[in-house]
Design a protein around this ligand. Structure first.
Ligand code: AP5
Ligand code: MG
Length: 212
């Protein structure tokens, strides 16, 4: 099963992708998480990506496409992609790479949340730099404040979750990523869920799309 998560920053792509990965036993691949791991590790890729991410801009396609293709190269049983593709050239590269192996994307799930809800969600998000788990101080708090339930490391506010940067990320989303909704509608693999519902209800909607 090859699944793509579409949706604005903060729509809940990461939250739902983790649940999908667990239920259907496929890897969860998040380009944002890969970039953040590289930033934390001080790699050259991380340094390059950080300058774009901190401004709420996309990391250039030349960097992102190669990195993602390497990562999915040996995933033969499928995956859930979270944060890729984000531009039409990225989608086209993925379509082409899969077609060369006689494969295609099975589902593009658009988690739909209006901009008004997004800023609120981002300011309350806390992320674990250790294992990538995501929390929300109101909607999904950890058992112990500021500490990850899974790995015990400290939870932080992401550098790009400041309100000014979130506004920029939303602009970039509407310009560069939203057109992918039509791209995958034309490919007849688009499914939509209402992302304003509570997390479990959103996941229930996704399970109805993917099947038990
Ligand atoms: P990335 O890490 O992918 O960030 P994003 O798309 O901006 O999305 P987020 O991770 O912020 O949100 P999400 O949809 O995963 O929401 P979450 O589940 O956390 O990318 C970061 C940056 O990396 C980009 O800006 C770009 O620079 C670069 N990048 C990455 N991929 C790239 C690519 N392909 N090309 C170029 N550049 C790339 O949920 C948000 C919050 O809401 C959480 O606190 C959560 O607990 C809460 N929440 C979730 N669901 C609900 C719900 N139903 N009700 C209430 N609260 C909820
Ligand atoms: Mg995410």
């Amino acid at each position: 099963m090859k699944i793509i998560m579409l949706g604005a920053p903060g729509a809940g792509k990461g939250t739902q992708a983790k649940k999908i990965a667990e239920k259907y036993q496929i890897p969860h691949i998040s380009t944002g998480d890969i970039f953040r791991a590289n930033i934390k590790g001080g790699t050259e890729l991380g340094m390059k990506a950080k300058t774009f991410m901190d401004q709420g801009m996309l990391v250039p396609d030349e960097i992102t496409i190669g990195m993602l293709m390497d990562r999915i190269g040996h995933c033969i049983n499928g995956y859930v992609l979270d944060g890729f593709p984000r531009t039409i050239p990225q989608a086209e590269s993925l379509t082409k790479a899969l077609a060369e192996r006689g494969e295609k994307v099975d589902y593009a799930i658009n988690v739909d949340v209006p901009d008004e809800n997004i800023i609120n969600r981002m300011s309350g998000r806390r992320a674990c730099l250790g294992c990538g788990a995501t929390y929300h101080i109101t909607f999904n708090p950890p058992v112990k404040e500021g500490i990850c339930d899974t790995c015990g490391q400290e939870l932080v506010l992401r550098d790009d979750d400041k309100p000014e940067t979130v506004k920029k990320r939303l602009d970039v989303y509407h310009q560069q990523t939203q057109p992918l909704i039509d791209y995958y509608k034309n490919a007849e693999v688009l499914a939509e869920v209402d992302g304003t519902q509570p997390m479990d209800a959103v996941f229930q909607g996704i399970v109805e799309i993917l099947g038990e």
